[in-house]
Design a protein around this ligand. Structure first.
Ligand code: GLU
Length: 374
């Protein structure tokens, strides 16, 4: 894939961060919001399908009440409840000026991790797109407690892009893209225009947090990139301050950083769900030989390559597969519960029956039920 190919992307998910639509005080930045909506409307009129993922609810709540940033979860949830309405009011108002219809879609983590809810949210998004409407997604912050949380809208936008089978994800932020060092600390930091592999060094450099009112930063953007890259979706991270940024990025011009997908076309929907929707109930750590077999030779995961089992899971649950250095390299549906997996780890397939009294499957995770993430 090349930059110019982005011109042909029909369905685009655009994520805007809090800093792209509010002032540091949380007050809505009308100028920035108007520019953004004008550009989005123009892309829509040109025939693109758009899904907007917008942060800024907590920020807008802070701006409305003129209060300091929230210090507790209930305060954050209350401020999101106040701000979400303000955001939607502004989107409705500005998009109406260009005769565009919008819809509010508030999601929690289980809308993607539960297969039935995953399908429902996907069907709703497809229906909205068929109506010619622009869905505006945010996390349902008001009810999302820990186990229901995405935590940040970068992850949410990547999951939404996979769920809605988008052709492109654009993340607009207050940074120009991925740099070779932290541009906030280092004036000579240089923008990396194209990334085809996320290195350990990039991840290490990305650990600084975003602004006071937002949850993200480069770290969560790189996690989002891993997800889109594994699912065949290109991602551009660019600055919302760049004039004409949406038109230019969607037009295939060199702006921000383009993260290239590992494979063209991505996974069919079941594996896509495994890779980008599911929540892992546990993890399975594998030795170097098994990691190589999964990543390079397209093999299933056999018990013999497993060195450690963590978490509580049953057969049919999704588990993460980690390599010896702890990086998640794949995700898949396990054929054995954690109790059984512990008993057969490191053992040959021919020994399974003797140990468990049955041999339902030869593999711990069959290739067909696995999504490789690197
Ligand atoms: N959902 C949060 C909000 O709308 C923002 C999360 C994020 O910035 O990543 O305020």
């Amino acid at each position: 894939m090349k930059r110019e190919d982005l011109r042909n992307c029909k369905r685009i998910v655009v994520k805007v961060g809090t800093s792209s639509i509010t002032y540091p005080t949380g007050k809505v930045n009308l100028g920035k919001m108007e520019c953004l909506i004008r550009e989005l409307s123009d892309l829509h009129s040109a025939g693109r399908e758009l899904i907007l993922v917008s942060s800024g609810a907590v920020g807008a709540g802070v701006g409305k009440l003129n209060c300091p940033p929230p210090s507790s979860l209930p305060e954050k949830q209350a401020l999101a409840a106040i701000g979400q309405g303000i955001l939607m009011h502004m989107y409705e108002k500005f998009f109406s000026e260009y005769s565009k219809s919008v819809a509010q879609v508030l999601l929690t983590r289980d809308c993607f991790s539960d297969p039935v809810r995953y399908l429902n949210s996907r069907n709703t998004l497809f229906s909205l797109l068929n109506f010619g409407v622009i869905p505006i997604i945010n996390e349902n912050d008001t009810v999302a407690v820990d186990e229901l949380k995405f935590g940040d809208n970068d992850t949410l936008s990547a999951m939404a892009a996979c769920n809605a089978e988008a052709d492109l994800l654009l993340i607009l932020s207050d940074i120009d893209g991925l740099c070779d060092s932290d541009p906030r600390k280092n004036e000579t930091a240089r923008l990396i225009p194209e990334v085809s592999e996320i290195t350990a060094e990039m991840t290490e450099n990305s650990k600084a947090k975003g602004g006071a009112l937002s949850s993200g930063g480069m770290f969560t953007k790189l996690s989002a990139a891993r997800m889109t890259m594994a699912n065949g979706i290109p991602l551009v991270i660019a600055s919302s301050d760049e004039p004409g940024v949406l038109r230019r990025a969607a037009g295939g011009e060199a702006v921000g950083t383009l993260f290239l997908p590992f494979r063209e076309g991505g996974y069919a929907s079941r594996r896509r769900w495994i890779a980008a929707g599911s929540a892992a109930a546990g993890t399975v750590t594998v030795d170097d030989g098994a990691a190589e077999a999964l990543l390079r030779r397209g093999k299933s995961l056999l018990p013999s390559g497993v060195v450690k089992i963590e978490g509580v899971f049953k057969a049919g649950d999704v588990v993460g597969v980690k390599n010896a250095s702890g990086a998640e390299i794949a995700r898949g549906i396990t054929n054995y519960s954690h109790e059984d997996a512990v008993k057969i780890l490191g053992r040959r397939t021919s020994e399974i029956e003797e140990i468990l009294g049955r041999r339902d499957y030869e593999e711990l995770i069959h290739r067909n039920n696995m999504a490789v993430l690197m």
